[in-house]
Design a protein around this ligand. Sequence first.
Ligand code: FPP
Ligand code: MG
Ligand code: MG
Length: 324
Amino acid sequence: AGIELTDPDLTARVTSGLARVEELLHREVASEFGFVTEAASHLMQAGGKRFRPMLTLVAAGVGPKPDSDDVITAATVVELIHLATLYHDDVMDEADVRRGAKSANARWDNSIAILTGDFLFAHASRLVAGLGPEAVRIIAETFAELVTGQTRETVGPRPDEDPIAHHLRVLDEKTASLIDTCGRYAGMFSGCSDTEIAALRRFGRAIGIAFQISDDIIDLGSADSGKTPGTDLRAGVPTLPVLYTLAEPDVDPLLRQRLAGPLTDDADVAETAAQLRTGAGMASTRQTLGSYATRARAALDELPPSPAVDALAALVPFVLDRTR
Ligand code: FPP
Ligand code: MG
Ligand code: MG
């Protein structure tokens, strides 16, 4: 998942923690209705990096009680919430594929995908209730932020709004908010101080946005991302390199026309991606990515050194390197 574990104690704790999360996840997808169980396990079994549970478990290593049951529950809750949003997001995006498998809406239909998202959300809510009212309030606020981000993306920038600021705000709300909560829960349930929790939250926000920006860059093609380049370009999804390119004073008219879409021809897509990769918009994108990476690093520098902090720190070069 990008989190490299080298310290043996940390590796053992995170590995056994992930196994417990996996067990809890399997328990939570069981329904009295076979088709719901099937639909709810579908994406879980399709794969997924379990990035959020992993981050939660690693970050819990900052506190004195990294092994608490509440840490495991919290790590399961964030993955269930994430999964729930994927079912709904694929309905909204009319996506056919998720995690290399058919999306639930494509495999079944929209109603089943929506119902399954609600089912997972209901189960996450029940689990989080066991973590107490503060945890419930936090997840409620996070959930509201996810929905706001999804809505802001759907509505698009106002005519007087900078599309780049709008894009970054959407990334912050629809992705970074949940990563923030991973760090926050990890800190809360492992017994961190308020200052440490604040640092873990700041780290989560920054690395969450950095990760999304690196995804935007990868869409233009890079080494071995395991993704089909140009997917966003074809779909007309405004990514950060595209937005920065369009903000340049003298954009090549053909490029501008192509970016206005529709872009379907394979050769056109490849040419456009190549042009974007080498343009000034890409340089600005990398600069912005770098600034979030620096912010993530700076947040960790406020924490006492430990193997857990080292593992979190390794995420920074990982996010930068995956765009090379
Ligand atoms: C993925 O973005 C979308 C999100 C991370 C947030 C989705 C949030 C909701 C659907 C809110 C409502 C959820 C529920 C359970 C009521 P993307 O489409 O850019 O990424 P992708 O490439 O992974 O599809
Ligand atoms: Mg989507
Ligand atoms: Mg979406």
